[in-house]
Write a protein that binds this ligand. Structure first.
Ligand SMILES: [Ca+2]
Ligand SMILES: [Ca+2]
Length: 163
């Protein structure tokens, strides 16, 4: 019986959203949409914005046109998205080890490993490797959309490394 323990290496691509906002760094400047001043634009800010909607309160008139109206809501939404980015990709494996039965030297045995991205943003798998080169993977690098899954065939060939 041979048991393979798996190691998956991945990197997270730079994320783009809301048409050109390319970075979530530099958020130290308080957003004007952080109405309650707690450092982030979140649902509690939306609640107070909704209460002020239709008024002329300058604190909530984000585009300074004299009334708290729909364009201010769009400004608020942009600030909300910056402070609440989509969850990062998260890799998960269908199994953490694969148990191959007894395989004769010169024979091989295949098992399927499913790799899933349980996050909502793109996951880039850049390499799958084993410290034991008797194990061969059918895919080494691929991209998974949020919620996506990739099946990789793992082939165990005892003696393939000459031992
Ligand atoms: Ca806030
Ligand atoms: Ca306005």
């Amino acid at each position: 019986m041979r048991c393979l323990h798996l190691k998956v290496v991945f990197t997270v691509p730079i994320l783009l959203w809301m048409g050109g906002i390319s970075s979530i760094s530099g958020q130290e400047t308080p957003s004007p949409a952080d109405f309650n001043g707690d450092g982030t634009v979140d649902f509690s800010d939306f609640v107070v914005f909704a209460q002020a909607f239709g008024s002329a309160d300058p604190q909530f008139d984000l585009n300074a046109n004299g009334s708290v109206d729909f364009p201010d809501f769009l400004v608020f939404t942009q600030a909300f998205v910056i402070d609440n980015p989509p969850p990062p990709p998260d890799i998960s494996l269908s199994v953490t080890s694969l148990s191959f039965g007894d395989v004769e030297t010169g024979q091989s045995s295949d098992l399927i490993l499913s790799i899933s991205n349980s996050g909502r943003t793109e996951l880039s798998v850049t390499g799958i490797s084993s410290s034991d080169d008797q194990f061969i993977f059918s895919a080494g690098s691929f991209t998974l959309a949020g919620g996506g899954r990739q099946d990789v065939t793992v082939t165990y060939s005892p003696g393939a490394d000459g031992t």
